[in-house]
Design a protein around this ligand. Sequence first.
Ligand code: PXP
Length: 247
Amino acid sequence: MSANGCRLGVNIDHVATLRQARGTAYPDLVAAAQACLAGGAQGITIHLREDRRHIQDRDVYALRREPGVRLNLEMAIVPEIVAIAVAVRPDEVCLVPERRHELTTEGGLDVAGQAASVHDAVDALARAGVQVSLFIDPEPRQIEAAACSGAPVIELHTGRYCNAAEADAAAELARLIEGARLAHRRGLKVNAGHGLSLDNLHGIMSVPHLDTLNIGHSIVCRSVFIGLRQAVAEMSAALSRYAGGLP
Ligand code: PXP
């Protein structure tokens, strides 16, 4: 996609966070995914963390079975989770770094620094028929390494842009724009995500070559007030105005 909007993948981890907070059977993750699709999402993203703090193994299987759900599984490169992904075969996997005590994914994957293990995971997942994406910071070194990894897709980490002080935002946005350009030149499909909300989306609309934005926390928060389907519809309408980036 480009001139006619970009796709929205909704991350529903924090719907599971609500459930895990009390150990209840609700809210139902599959119903949440269906509400997102009804609101205009093109895909559903979940992160199966090693500590299982929100998404559980049974969620992955249930969402995989659900008709109409294009499933993007975020995961770290650890043998146990790679084995689950190979067995489940989600439509897409996004490889992310993971630290036990982080609140959320804190930086991009160091593809350049662990090229062999990234390549092996990409290879195992690709052989299972899964499209692999690498969640990386918009750094030329990481983008070049991603281009050599065999993965066809990158997801640019937008967190630093979203959290930047006003004085630094333009520089962070320029890094994303240059990163997207370089990745596109190197033949990679470009997604982006982390920390995005209706309030900071404006700048991201100038990043070229975007295919999909993966957005979770702000949508789930907004859904407290207007419902999940409507919160997704609002974001989906904003993304439909994406006209391919600059100026
Ligand atoms: N993309 C990736 C790779 C992520 O790890 C996350 C957070 O799980 C997101 C997108 C969504 O970020 P947020 O919840 O801040 O919208």
